[in-house]
Write a new protein. Structure first.
Lengths: 374, 128
């Protein structure tokens, strides 16, 4: 466990020092992945499938705000839909408008969730997003996750009906009706939205409780609630949910959620600040670097009281007593303290000493004095 | 002379203004009623655009039947119904927005409390 905590501290240190470079790189990778997924699943406009365009747009997203990824993902989807049929693009535009105008403004910070939810659904692990958002978000995240599900089913409806739409010539109304019916009469979508919304709220409520292991309980309760609602939905509406797939997804979700739980304090870290301000006398250009907890294992092995004695009483026994103290990963800085009992507890475990006493003792040697090493 | 205490305080405040406090500071510049009124106006505009989009989809969904019936239907009643739906949409969305933005204003003010305290402290440091 100490090793893992050291690893976490190292990542935290690396992240807060190199935030200026790491965030754009992460944004670039997310944008690149998202746009490739859009091109891979829709891909009707061949000009957009060019890797150079994807790279340029991803590069653009790397230094623009998070919303840019969402904007370009929506734009790419709409252009692909437009290539398929203008009517489909119109329906798509309406759905995106509803999502962003009505719901997007309440949770602008979580706009990326609307993109990541369809991706996790596409990858077959839809259970991850609601649990993750319950852990790091608020009950309002249920709206973002729900919008993500709507977007996913819109794209799926387009993909599934692409051949039919291509076969239709000038039947404008028919095309619109096909997509709207596919979206509105989709019981699986309603079941998924209900399951996700309830999961987000259940996970959020339980993890805020002041009980021990509330996060673990929240994760397990969340995935169980999700699974039960999906299975009930499957029974009621025959949504064809694969039970084996659902169980595998749940196991994966628990693993991802545990990773989030482990890194949760990284969300609230002290970052390097570069600020400018002025008063009447000076201009100040300040770069404030946080004092970081030194978590690297600085092992100091100290041997104390090594002695060899030959016992005359028994005549044959040699007493050898080695006392070794090891200090691993001592946390020097107190800056991170006071951020909750969990942190303090972890630091305590990082400040552990291991004592090894090797003795080859004989009876009657109790009179040997130990040096007080602690 | 450079005053270390002042610089630390100003750095903390500047960091707050640039990161988590950015939105709060801009909200804090408004009176509660002004802030909520501006947000409500925005909400009405957004809800109107969304309603127009949905209405257009509704018309296109059954465009041929609609065009056939348009000469026979009572346009006044139809218009009235559309207006009632529009009104209900605006009112429901407006109530939700009012609740959300009232909560956000209260939250921002609470978060700014510490910032204002620091501001007072800084002022007293300059007064020395």
């Amino acid at each position: 466990m100490t090793g893992l905590l050291e690893f976490r501290e190292k990542i935290k240190q690396l992240y807060s020092r190199g935030e200026v470079f790491i965030i754009p790189i992460i944004k670039f990778l997310v944008a690149f992945f998202v746009l490739n997924m859009v091109n891979g699943s829709l891909g009707y406009m061949t000009r957009l499938n060019n890797i150079a365009i994807v790279l340029i747009v991803a590069l653009l997203c790397s230094f623009l705000p998070n919303g840019a990824i969402v904007f370009f993902a929506a734009l790419f989807s709409l252009l692909h839909m437009y290539e398929l049929s203008m009517e489909v693009a119109l329906v798509g535009l309406c759905v995106f408008l509803l999502v962003f105008l009505l719901f997007g403004r309440f949770s602008a910070k979580e706009s990326l969730v609307v993109v990541l939810t369809p991706i996790t659904c596409h990858l077959g692990i839809p259970y991850v997003m609601p649990v993750a958002m319950g852990l790091i978000g608020t009950p309002a995240s249920a709206v973002s996750v729900g919008c993500g599900v709507v977007v996913y089913y819109l794209l799926m409806t387009v993909v599934n009906n692409a051949t039919t739409i291509n076969a239709m010539d000038d039947e404008t109304t028919e095309k619109i009706r096909l997509i709207i019916d596919g979206l509105m009469n989709n019981k699986a979508m309603l079941v998924l939205i209900t399951a996700f919304a309830i999961t987000v709220i259940v996970v959020y409520l339980i993890r805020r409780m002041s009980v021990e292991h509330s996060w673990t309980i929240a994760i397990i309760a969340g995935v169980m609630a999700e699974l039960v609602i999906l299975l009930v939905g499957d029974l009621l509406y025959d949504t064809n949910i694969s039970v084996l797939g659902a169980i595998l997804g749940v196991i994966l979700t628990v693993m991802v959620a545990k990773v989030i739980e482990f890194f949760r304090f990284c969300v609230d870290y002290s970052r390097t600040e570069k600020v400018q301000f002025e008063d009447d006398e000076y201009y100040y250009y300040v770069k404030a670097i946080p004092k970081m907890t030194v978590a690297t294992a600085t092992n100091t092995v100290k041997r104390i009281n090594t002695q060899t004695r030959t016992s005359t009483a028994s005549g044959d026994g040699a007493v050898r007593r080695n006392v070794t103290t090891e200090r691993t990963g001592y946390y020097q800085d107190n800056a991170q303290r006071g951020r909750g009992s969990y942190n303090r507890r972890n630091e305590h475990s990082g400040n552990s000493r291991s004592v090894t006493i090797n003795s080859n003792m004989l009876d009657g040697d109790d009179d040997i004095e130990y040096e007080d090493i602690f | 002379m450079l005053n270390e205490e002042r610089i630390i305080l100003m750095t903390q405040m500047a960091a707050y203004e640039e990161n988590e406090g950015k939105k709060n500071v801009s909200i804090g510049n408004y009176f509660r009623s002004d802030y909520i009124a501006v947000q409500m106006l925005k909400s009405i505009v957004y809800a109107t655009i969304a309603f127009v989009a949905v209405f257009a989809m509704y018309i296109f969904y059954d465009f041929e039947t609609f065009m056939q019936d348009i000469y026979r239907m009572d346009l006044l009643t139809f218009g009235k119904n559309v207006l009632i739906y529009y009104g209900v949409t605006i009112v429901v969305y407006g109530v939700i927005c009012y609740a959300v933005y009232s909560y956000r204003y209260a939250k921002a003010k609470k978060s700014l409390k510490h910032y204002y305290q620091n501001l007072k402290k800084l002022n007293s440091l300059y007064g020395k």
